[in-house]
Design a protein around this ligand. Structure first.
Ligand code: HEC
Length: 144
């Protein structure tokens, strides 16, 4: 009799622990549910956006308005793609960073002088570090 009284509470404790660890495992799976394909698609956009960003700045420096405008449009398209990605993930701050970069690139494409292009592009600069701090872990994601 003494023994059976002791077993009952232990069983309850073990079951509770099993349930808890099951939910922890399920939660971890949900948090890291980003597929390799999604990362590859995103990286394609990120690389295109970063390369276009560099190309716009270089072209502005060379006073090549035609190339600068064309690259600014490529940059806007890439960051719009990233905004859509973060929207699908329900991460509004990510959407905001990407949309800010896209809007700056569009404004730069519409500007006519190198000075105006540089000024229009300026807000995009802060979005790189802002978004990376929250979501980038080297060439992978964090926080998604
Ligand atoms: C909306 C969020 C966001 C913004 C804005 C953003 N990045 Fe990123 N970036 C990421 C994430 C997330 C990664 C990690 C995943 C990856 O590498 O694809 C990354 C990775 C990178 C990489 C490494 C790519 C690779 O995998 O080889 C470069 C380069 C980069 N970003 C440049 C930039 C530059 C330059 C800007 C600003 C003009 C910028 N990023 C703006 C989210 C962002």
């Amino acid at each position: 009799m003494k023994n059976s009284r002791q077993i009952a509470p232990n069983c309850v404790t073990i079951t509770a622990m099993r349930i808890a660890s099951f939910f922890t495992a399920a939660l971890l799976l949900a948090v890291s549910a980003l597929s390799a394909d999604e990362l590859a698609d995103y990286t394609k956009l990120m690389k295109a956006g970063a390369a276009a960003n560099g190309a716009v700045r270089k072209a502005i420096g060379e006073k090549d308005a035609t190339t600068a405008a064309a690259k600014a449009k490529e940059m806007a398209a890439a960051f719009e793609g990233m905004a859509a990605f973060f929207k699908a993930k329900g991460k509004e701050d990510g959407v905001k960073f990407a949309e800010t970069a896209a809007a700056a690139a569009k404004a730069a494409a519409a500007a006519t002088s190198p000075e105006d292009m540089t000024a229009a592009l300026a807000p995009a600069g802060a979005t790189c570090r802002g978004c990376h701090t929250v979501y980038r872990d080297g060439d992978k994601f964090k926080g998604l």
